[in-house]
Design a protein around this ligand. Structure first.
Ligand code: HEC
Ligand code: HEC
Length: 405
């Protein structure tokens, strides 16, 4: 399905107009608990919640944002769509700016690498950095990704049962022969795109010390800026070639100025209790509740904001269950295979509304926040055990809190 641009574009202005006045004189006091994205927050809990421009958007920016959105939903034709690609449009993978296809299916990109001489990853010699599973113009798709699920049963200390699903990845119908035997596979689902300009605007000095990735974007923080990620997506996901205009800039502006939806039910006692339990369990050690954006940012809308993204933007070892894998399906042993950027949790409770499905963690294996927590290992092992040891009502309260984000 391809939504026409005008229908989407009409969604922005309503809230923006109401808040434009407050943007001119940003308040220095802390924003209310529901305003996860400072004065850029939008009040929208509908399926369009992730696709709104920041509430404090200057009127002068509307045309640029609108033209960026048109590119975002544009279905590219060949050329410039590359002979090899993974999709024909940004919104095929980030439908309604969330994580998934218009059908509610969650697409998976298979990132490929081999260990280089100094341990740093190199592209797979024949297939490059990712397997492109679609082709046009007489080219042949590089291969097909096949996924099977294996059930993993578990029990809480109080006896309550749960079932997780572990993915088993295979690649088939490889067009250029077998993969290099040392190939590392890293399956990745598309993240939702809310608040990325705000995350980009956080000053480095405001981040805790820790394992700092090269960038802040992508599940491993590999992309150094929103623009870097957008250019990678254009080149690798869509295989776009021969573009010489200002498309990357327009798309980047659009993505940077995507808002964060307001929280819901923040004053409910259960939600408040859940928040306390979240901190007590140690979740907030990585899912940092509050950050500030620098006084100077790419856009004044994003500057000097107190934001609540629930991430420290650092990499953490989450254990071998979540590690990148080898061709035989076993966890890859390189330390970098176990490292993931703390996923921001803002917008979490609206994933289902926007996408129609809940798929969490880098490969989408978790069908709920509860499952995502139960997969945490490595540095997050203690937090997971504390969660597991909570009485059922407290586990419920913590999950209600996550749902309010
Ligand atoms: C085939 C599916 C697919 C398509 C098409 C696609 N993306 Fe993505 N996108 C992803 C995946 C997967 C990731 C995570 C990448 C990683 O971890 O390396 C991602 C990550 C991103 C991020 C970083 C999000 C974050 O939280 O760090 C941005 C921004 C982004 N995409 C924008 C775009 C834009 C703009 C387009 C169109 C030019 C696009 N994407 C097309 C799958 C896709
Ligand atoms: C050591 C750091 C760390 C701690 C402690 C931690 N997390 Fe995480 N969390 C992460 C990282 C890193 C990811 C991304 C992992 C991945 O994608 O495979 C993540 C992912 C998640 C996700 C999935 C988000 C998404 O968008 O897919 C949820 C939900 C979550 N964490 C909740 C929690 C809760 C609740 C706790 C406390 C019980 C907790 N985490 C403790 C680092 C941590």
């Amino acid at each position: 399905m391809h939504l026409s641009a005008p229908r989407w574009v009409r969604l922005f202005p309503a809230v923006a107009v109401a808040l434009v006045a407050s943007a001119a004189a940003p308040s220095l006091s802390r924003p209310p608990a529901a305003a996860s994205g400072g004065t850029a927050t939008v009040s929208d809990a509908s399926r369009h919640a992730f696709g709104r421009a920041v509430a404090n958007l200057r009127r002068s920016q509307w045309p640029l944002v609108r033209s960026g959105k048109e590119l975002f939903v544009r279905r590219w034709a060949e050329p410039p769509l590359g002979p090899l690609h993974n999709a024909g449009s940004c919104s095929d993978c980030h439908f309604l700016d969330g994580r998934g296809e218009p059908s509610g299916t969650i697409p998976v990109l298979l990132r490929l690498s081999i260990p280089g001489p100094d341990g740093a990853p190199l592209p797979e010699p024949r297939y490059g950095v990712q397997l492109q599973d679609r082709a046009v113009g007489g080219a042949r798709a590089e291969g097909t990704v096949i996924l099977d699920w294996q059930e993993v049963r578990g029990r809480y200390p109080d006896g309550a049962r749960y079932t997780l699903r572990r993915p088993r990845w295979r690649v088939d119908r490889l067009a250029q022969g077998p993969l290099h035997p040392g190939t590392r596979l890293s399956p990745r689902i598309p993240p939702s795109l809310v608040g990325l300009g705000l995350l980009e605007a956080v000053a480095v000095a405001d981040l805790p010390a820790g394992r700092r990735p090269p960038g802040r974007f992508g599940w491993k923080g590999a992309a150094t800026s929103v623009q870097d990620q957008v250019q990678r997506a254009m080149a690798e996901d869509l295989g776009l070639t021969e573009l010489d205009g200002d498309e990357p800039r327009r798309l980047t502006t659009y993505v940077r100025l995507l808002a964060v939806p307001a929280r819901r039910g923040v004053d409910r006692p259960e939600v408040r209790r859940g928040e306390t339990l979240f901190r007590r369990a140690g979740c907030a050690g990585c899912h940092l509740p509050e950050l500030r954006t620098a006084p100077e940012a790419s856009f004044p809308e994003l500057a000097g904001q107190t934001i609540r993204p629930y991430t420290d933007l650092l990499l953490h070892d989450l254990g071998s269950d979540l590690a990148d894998i080898r061709l035989n399906g076993r966890p890859d042993r390189a330390p970098s295979s176990r490292l993931w950027r703390t996923a921001p949790l803002w917008g979490l409770g609206l994933q289902k509304t926007v996408t129609g499905t809940v798929a969490l963690l880098h490969d989408g294996r978790a069908r709920s926040a509860e499952e995502a927590i139960l997969w945490h290992g490595g540095e997050a092992r203690t937090a997971r055990s504390r969660f597991r040891s909570l009485p059922a009502v407290d586990r419920g309260a913590l999950l209600r809190f996550l749902d309010s984000l």
